[in-house]
Design a protein around this ligand. Sequence first.
Ligand code: ADP
Ligand code: MG
Length: 345
Amino acid sequence: MDVRVSGVRKEFDRFPALHDVSLDINSGELIALLGPSGSGKTTLLRLIAGLETPTEGKVFFGDEDASLKSVQERNVGFVFQHYALFRHMTVIDNVGFGLKVRPNSSRPSKDEIRRRSAELLDFVQLSGLEKRYPAQLSGGQRQRVALARAMAIEPRVLLLDEPFGALDAKVRKELRRWLREIHDKTKHTTVFVTHDQDEALELADRVVVMSQGRIEQIGSPDEVYDRPNSPFVYSFIGESSALDVNVDKSELWLGDQALGMRSDLPDGEAQLYFRPHDVELVDDSGARIAGKIIASRRVGATRRVELEINGAKGRVEIEIPADHPARETSLIAFRPKHWRVFPKN
Ligand code: ADP
Ligand code: MG
């Protein structure tokens, strides 16, 4: 394990930006911190870097308490959303900056810094642009320079705060793949912040889903997508439908219809969550959820229909084959393939 965040709370003027956050980051792992704006992602990253100190709890680098290390001693590489390149320095001088400012004892020679910087520029596929200034680069190129600069110090951990956030969608997608390739070659331990679920799911080995200063779930992209452990994760990652149900002696009921589904929740009102695309249509008998189609729209190869559910308030969406004969006002019955119930709050 490379970095451990243990029971960290962070307050700004008594406002809790993080509550009791714990996270182990393994060596060589690419972790995505995913959450809406204000959920505490940047604060967590800055705490790891040593740019903020925890109100409670600790950060460890290996077995060492990181609070005993200065920002420089932590040796982290940081890339921000907004290009923080030095405007008056050429590309190659930007890349070498972190080495140049090292204390005498650990500073490589000028030639060595130049050689390493050129090597890194080649690695991020920017050879030939050594003598340019940041203003002469595209946004995507600048972020690649920023990444080369962060990697030049051979950081213990790379911290990337929405590094592609300011770029247009196409460049973003390219850089996402590119970053994954770079990571597979270098195996730098990396923490990547994003509010974009696609970016997190595509890039990361593990995704840390955050909301309101708390970690909601940690898991592989498949785990957080296929087995969300809270209503928040269900609706923040991917699409979800939710239906009011009742739990009665571990059986789920929709009005007076038993659904043939079980839950460990105590008796009472609950909500059944499932993915619109993850349902099977069934015939109109036995345990199932049935409803009237009240709206329908084509989505790619399938059709999305909105249903008014018999025996329940509220509406849900499901996906059906585009050539399904059901039309508006038709009745249709289905069963979710994967689902979870949460207590009604
Ligand atoms: P994110 O990066 O997920 O958007 P942040 O970590 O930047 O979230 O912020 C989390 C919360 O902490 C927000 O409500 C923000 O306003 C607050 N916050 C962050 N930094 C400071 C600060 N220096 N002073 C006061 N409040 C802050
Ligand atoms: Mg942020």
